[in-house]
Design a protein around this ligand. Structure first.
Ligand code: NAG
Ligand code: NAG
Ligand code: NAG
Ligand code: NAG
Ligand code: NAG
Ligand code: NAG
Length: 397
């Protein structure tokens, strides 16, 4: 009895599945027929009417999008453009302070100084280079390590040179290391260390410095100048790592990872500790605070600025697109915005630990073996961890 019922059940379910498949196929084929015969003409305009965003950055981006829209410029005489899009700033010197922001940003006067400084110079993307290494990539490296540093951080740079950022050959692959610096200005009460920096640069020939104020909000300027620098000085680099000077990078593991990436994927490679579904902090006390008057909306996926890895090919595309994205005061978010404009998204890799590892593993050499980046680490820790990883007899499960 039970056997018959089971058989019946089976027959019924097989019939149901067949019927379902039949319905699916017939629906699909009727859709194909429909789309061949009928052309869908939208009954209403299918674009949104452009209206001014209340936030300054968003408005600047709308202007850029408008200016870079080939469809509009194909025919436009300029007269039919809405008033607010008619930025006359195109002609004026973009590196002079733009005092119009003092009225264009509604709470300008009550914003912290760093916002005022950012807004006044937001349109400026070119600063003179003070120290360059024009021949550093004469032999195009497999991996370019670019480390954001501040002029007084001599010990961090030296620790990086003596450990994970040692230029030359690592794991049978060529490595070039550069440190990216702005100007530590007296306006920020930095002591004048320029002579020591000159000495360091002459000795190691790995410092690239531009003449802009090296502040947190100017890290985006550093990013844009670096993208330009890559194209001018190191366009042959296969891969680029860009990160902070307080991280430990397991260069061995990075090489292993890069060797394992297959060709089509290598071209579009952009990996790091990716943050998704984030948005601006509205708490004034947070370092990453951004006021409503400056930016509205969420952030695109972005890789935390502690360190990320990408292909030389992407670097060229980023450089190309960056002039179409308004500068944003947080550099890693800005890079995420540029990637989105390219139709790309950074990929998360669990080897990037910008939020550190569990305390109980921090002094365990094996904990670092499979990681690519850990943040933060002091100069002494960098040298210690590197010596652990460089031991030929280090065996881990
Ligand atoms: C540009 O102008 C030509 C001639 O006036 C017209 O045929 C064409 O549709 C216009 N294109 C756009 C994108 O407006
Ligand atoms: C845009 O600016 C130009 C130059 O200042 C001016 O001649 C033109 O009338 C302006 N157009 C609009 C729509 O405001
Ligand atoms: C090192 O790299 C060179 C060139 O890329 C290659 O010819 C050589 O076989 C490699 N050696 C080892 C041990 O992998
Ligand atoms: C860098 O900053 C220092 C200190 O504020 C200043 O004297 C100097 O002119 C700036 N520029 C260069 C190129 O050194
Ligand atoms: C960025 O650097 C420029 C040039 O030194 C400076 O005028 C501006 O105030 C800086 N911006 C910030 C936010 O520090
Ligand atoms: C940069 O942009 C130009 C013009 O849009 C394009 O022709 C060129 O191929 C782009 N280069 C890269 C590397 O994407």
């Amino acid at each position: 009895m039970a056997g018959v019922r089971k058989k019946l059940k089976l027959i019924v379910s097989v019939t149901m599945v067949n019927l379902f498949i039949f319905i699916l196929i017939s629906r699909n084929s009727s859709q194909v027929k429909n789309s061949q015969n009928k052309i869908h003409i939208p009954s209403k305009p299918f674009w949104a009417k452009l209206s001014t965003s209340p936030a300054f950055w968003n408005r600047q981006q709308q202007i850029l999008d408008f200016q870079n829209n080939p469809v509009i410029w194909a025919n436009s005489s300029g007269t039919d453009l809405p008033d607010w899009l008619n930025e006359t700033s195109l002609t004026s010197d973009l590196c002079r302070p733009n005092f119009r922001v003092t009225t264009q940003v509604k709470d300008y006067n009550t914003l912290p100084n760093r916002f005022k400084d950012f807004l006044l110079y937001m349109r400026c993307r070119s600063y003179p280079i003070m120290m360059d290494q024009p021949d550093i990539c004469k032999e195009p490296p497999f991996l370019l390590l670019a480390i954001k540093s501040l002029s007084p951080h001599f010990d961090r740079r030296q620790a990086i040179r003596q450990s994970w950022g040692r230029a030359g050959v690592i794991a049978n692959r060529t490595v070039v290391t550069v440190f990216l610096l702005g100007n530590a200005t007296s306006e920020d009460h930095h002591p004048d260390l320029s002579e020591m920096l000159l000495y360091e640069s002459a000795k190691h020939k790995d410092i690239v410095q531009w003449d802009f104020r090296d502040s947190f909000f100017n890290l985006t300027v550093k990013e844009v100048l670096f993208l330009e620098w890559i194209q001018a000085r190191c366009s042959g680099a296969r891969f680029i790592f860009k990160g902070d000077d307080d991280v430990f990078v397991n260069t061995y593991r990075i090489m292993e990872f890069l060797n394992s990436v297959s060709e089509p994927k290598a071209r579009d490679l952009f990996v790091g500790d990716v943050i998704t579904n984030a948005g601006p902090h509205r708490d004034k006390k947070v370092k990453y605070f951004i006021p409503q008057s400056m930016y509205v909306g969420s952030y695109p996926p972005y890789a935390g600025g502690g360190g990320y890895l990408y292909s030389g090919d992407i670097a060229a595309r980023l450089q190309n697109v960056s002039s179409h994205v308004a500068l944003y005061p947080i550099d890693d978010v800005y890079t995420g915005m540029c990637l989105r404009k390219l139709g790309l998204a950074p990929e998360k890799h669990k080897g990037f630990r910008t939020f550190n590892i569990d305390e109980k593993y921090r002094s365990n050499p094996c904990a670092y073996k499979s990681l690519m980046l850990v943040h933060p680490r002091t100069p002494q820790e960098m040298i210690k961890i590197w010596s652990w990883l460089s031991r030929p007899d280090l065996t881990c499960q």
